[in-house]
Design a protein around this ligand. Structure first.
Ligand SMILES: Nc1ncnc2c1ncn2[C@@H]1O[C@H](COP(=O)(O)OP(=O)(O)OP(=O)(O)O)[C@@H](O)[C@H]1O
Length: 620
C-alpha cells in the first residue's frame, strides 16, 4: 500500500497527553518576503487580467472625476451664500474650467449639473464594482482550476508524498484568502488612483493647502510602518496555525473510527483546543496592537483636519467657498488614507496564502508528469506484459522500493503478487499501470517498450481497485458512473455488478438508487469492495489491477469474487496483490516479492501447489 503523508498527531500510549501544537515560524526579520509576494501577486493580476484591470480603473477614474466635478461645481454655487438672487455671476471667478462656462448662469442649472454628475458617478461606480467583482472571481478561479490541474498532472510519486490536508487547504481556505488578498490589492489600487485625482483637483483650489493635507497623510502612513510589520508577522503565524488546525481536523476525520474505538477523542480535542487557543491569543494580541495603530491614525487625521482649518483661516486667507470645497475634498481623501492603511494591514495578513499557493504550484509544476502531455495510442496486450529489470526508488529514500524486478504477465491470465508488507507489491503494480515510470528497466507490451508518450492512453486501458476504494456520498449508480466518466445505462451497470458478484444490489429495496453514505459507510466492507470491482469492470479494461481487493470479504464472498475473476480469464489480464491464499490458488502465475525483489514464482494451475513453495508454506 502507498505510504500516506505524515500525520499531525501520532497516537501514543497515553490518551490524556496533549501533543504539542505545530511550531509557528520564527518572527521574520524584515518584510522583504512580503514585498516579493505582493509584487508577484500584482504581476499575476496584471498578467491575467491586465486589460480588464485597466478598464476597471478607467471606470474608477470616470467615477472619481464625476464626483470631483460635482464638488467643484459647488464653488460657484457657494458664491450665492449671503448674496441675493438665483443667478450666479461667473465673470472674474477663478476656478478650473471657468472659461468654458457662460458669464451668467442660473442656480437651478448648476444644481441640475451637480445632480447629473452625482448620478453619473453612481453609474460609473456601480459598473466598476460589478466589473472588478467579476475580475477578482475570474482571477481566483483561474488559480483554483490551475492548482486542481497541477495536482492532477504532477507525478504520482510526488503527489503521494504531499499531505492531503495541504492540498485540500490550498484548494479551499487558501484560495478564499487569495480572493481577499486580490480584493485588497484592487481596493488599495483604487484608493491610490482616487488620491491621485483628488490631489490634482485640490491643487487647482490651493497648492499649499493640498501639499499640507497630502503631506500629512503620507507622513501618517509612513508612521504606521511598525503596525504593518506587525500585521506581516501575524499573517505568518496565522498561516502556521491554520495549517496545524487543518492537519488536526483532517487526521481526526480520516481516522474517526480508530479514534473513537481507542478513546482518542479527548486527545484530538486537546490538540485542537490548544491550536485554537493559540490562534485566539495571536488574534487578541494582533487586534490589541493594530487598534492602537488605527486609533493613532484616526487621531492624526483629526489633528490634520484641525491644523488644516487653522492654517486655511489664519495663514492662507482662503475665502469660505474654497475652504468648504477643500474640506469636501479632504473628507474624501482622509478615509482613503485610512482605507489604505487598513487594506495594506489586512493584505499583509492574507498575503501568506498567496505564498503558500504559489509554493505548492511551483512544487507540483516542477514534478509535472511528462506522460500527461502524451496522447500516443498504447497497444492492448495480445500475448504479454513484461517487466524487464525494472527499478523504482521513491524520492528521498535510500532504498529501492522495487529493485531489478523481471516478471511476465501473460495476457488473459490471472497473475498474483504475494509477499510481506513493504515488499514493493503496490509499487510494482503502479509501474504496471503506468502511474510510475521505471527509473531503470522497461515495461514491454508484446515485446515493444511502453514510451512515456503512451502512458496516458495506457492508463485508459487499466482498471484499478484499491484496498480501500474511494466512494462518493451518493447512490450506487453515481458511484459506478465515476468510472465511466458520465451517465451510463442501468443495464451495463447491472451486468458489471453481476460480473463482480455484486448481484446483491438487485435485491436492495432501492436498487441502484441505494445511498452509499460518506465514503460508502452505509454498506459493508465486502459490499463496497465488490462495487469497486464492478466499477473497474465498467471501464472494460484490458488490464485489471486488484490491490488487496478481497481483504474485506468473508470466505463466501471471497470465493464468489474469485469465481468472478476466474470468469474474466481470457477477457482481460488481471494482476492481483494479496495476502490471502485463496486467490493465489486460483492464479495462473504467482510471483513472490521480498524487499523489492521477485524471489520466487509458481504456476499453481499447471504445477499444483509445491509443498516447499511459497504457496505451500502459506497454506500449510
Ligand atoms: N510515497 C512513498 N514515498 C516513499 N516511500 C514509499 C512510498 N510508498 C511506498 N513507499 C515505500 O516503498 C516500499 C514498498 O512499498 P509498497 O507499498 O510497494 O509495499 P507493499 O508490498 O505493497 O506493502 P503492503 O503489503 O503493506 O501494501 C516500502 O518500504 C514503503 O515504505
Amino acid at each position: 500500500m502507498t505510504r500516506e503523508p505524515s500525520p499531525a498527531l501520532t497516537p501514543g500510549p497515553s490518551a490524556t497527553v496533549v501533543a504539542p501544537a505545530p511550531p509557528v515560524p520564527p518572527r521574520a526579520p524584515a518584510t522583504t518576503a512580503a514585498r516579493g509576494q505582493l509584487a508577484s501577486l500584482v504581476r499575476a493580476l496584471r498578467h491575467l487580467e491586465g486589460r480588464r484591470l485597466w478598464i476597471g480603473l478607467g471606470l474608477l477614474v470616470l467615477g472619481t472625476l464625476s464626483e470631483g466635478a460635482a464638488i467643484m461645481t459647488f464653488l460657484p454655487v457657494l458664491q450665492l451664500v449671503g448674496a441675493q438672487g438665483t443667478t450666479i455671476d461667473l465673470s472674474g471667478m477663478d476656478f478650473p474650467g471657468a472659461g468654458l462656462l457662460p458669464a451668467m448662469i442660473p442656480l437651478g442649472v448648476l444644481l441640475l449639473v451637480i445632480v447629473g454628475l452625482t448620478a453619473l458617478q453612481a453609474f460609473f461606480n456601480r459598473s466598476k464594482a460589478v466589473y472588478l467583482s467579476d475580475l477578482i472571481h475570474d482571477f481566483t478561479n483561474h488559480y483554483r482550476t490551475a492548482l486542481f490541474r497541477d495536482v492532477a498532472q504532477a507525478r504520482w510519486a510526488h503527489v503521494a508524498r504531499i499531505p492531503r490536508a495541504r492540498i485540500e487547504h490550498a484548494l479551499t481556505g487558501e484560495i478564499e484568502r487569495l480572493y481577499l488578498a486580490a480584493y485588497l490589492v484592487l481596493s488599495s489600487l483604487q484608493n491610490l488612483v482616487s488620491l491621485g485625482l483628488y490631489f490634482v483637483l485640490s491643487l487647482a483650489i490651493s497648492v499649499p493647502m493640498t501639499l499640507l493635507s497630502y503631506g500629512f497623510g503620507v507622513v501618517a502612513l509612513a508612521l504606521m510602518r511598525p503596525f504593518r510589520r506587525l500585521a506581516r508577522h501575524y499573517g505568518d503565524r496565522l498561516q502556521a496555525r491554520r495549517e496545524g488546525q487543518l492537519a488536526a481536523v483532517s487526521e481526526f476525520v480520516g481516522s474517526l473510527k480508530m479514534a473513537r474505538s481507542m478513546n482518542l477523542e479527548d486527545r484530538y480535542l486537546g490538540l485542537f483546543s490548544s491550536i485554537l487557543g493559540q490562534t485566539k491569543a495571536d488574534a487578541r494580541e494582533f487586534t490589541r496592537q493594530s487598534t492602537i495603530g488605527s486609533g493613532l491614525f484616526q487621531f492624526a487625521v483629526v489633528s490634520g483636519a484641525a491644523l488644516f482649518i487653522w492654517v486655511a483661516l489664519t495663514w492662507a486667507h482662503l475665502d469660505v467657498a474654497r475652504i468648504v470645497i477643500l474640506l469636501l475634498l479632504f473628507m474624501r481623501t482622509a478615509p482613503r488614507f485610512m482605507g489604505m492603511q487598513g487594506a495594506v494591514q489586512q493584505l499583509l495578513v492574507d498575503l501568506p496564502a498567496w505564498g503558500a499557493i504559489t509554493r505548492l504550484q511551483d512544487e507540483l509544476r516542477a514534478e509535472r508528469d511528462p506522460a500527461m502531455a502524451g496522447h500516443d495510442p498504447a497497444p492492448a496486450p495480445r500475448d504479454e506484459i513484461r517487466l524487464d529489470r525494472v527499478s523504482w526508488r521513491f524520492p528521498g529514500e535510500s532504498r529501492e522500493a522495487v529493485s531489478d524486478c523481471s516478471l511476465t504477465l501473460r495476457a488473459g491470465e490471472l497473475t498474483v503478487l504475494v509477499g510481506p508488507s513493504g515488499a514493493g507489491k503496490s509499487t510494482l503494480a503502479d509501474i504496471v499501470m503506468g502511474l510510475l515510470e521505471p527509473q531503470k528497466g522497461a515495461v514491454l507490451v508484446d515485446g515493444a517498450a511502453l514510451r512515456p508518450g503512451q502512458l496516458r492512453r495506457w492508463r485508459d486501458r487499466t482498471g484499478y481497485v484499491a484496498q480501500e476504494p474511494f466512494m462518493i456520498n451518493g447512490t450506487i449508480r453515481e458511484n459506478m458512473a465515476i468510472a465511466a466518466g458520465g451517465p451510463v445505462d442501468d443495464e451495463r451497470i447491472l451486468r458489471a455488478l453481476d460480473l463482480a458478484s455484486a448481484g446483491f444490489v438487485r435485491n436492495l429495496p432501492a436498487g441502484l438508487d441505494t445511498t452509499m453514505g460518506d465514503r460508502g459507510a452505509l454498506l459493508s466492507g465486502g459490499e463496497r469492495q465488490r462495487i469497486a470491482v464492478a466499477r473497474a469492470l465498467l471501464r472494460e479494461p484490458d488490464i485489471l489491477v486488484l490491490d488487496e481487493a478481497t481483504s474485506a470479504l468473508d470466505w463466501e464472498n471471497e470465493e464468489a469474487l474469485i469465481r468472478a475473476i476466474d470468469g474474466l480469464r481470457g477477457r482481460m489480464t488481471v494482476l492481483a496483490i494479496t495476502h490471502r491464499p485463496a486467490i493465489s490458488r486460483a492464479a495462473d502465475a504467482v510471483f513472490v516479492m521480498e524487499a523489492g525483489r521477485v524471489v520466487a514464482s509458481e504456476r499453481p494451475r499447471e504445477q499444483g501447489l509445491q509443498a516447499e513453495g511459497y504457496l505451500g508454506r502459506m497454506t500449510s
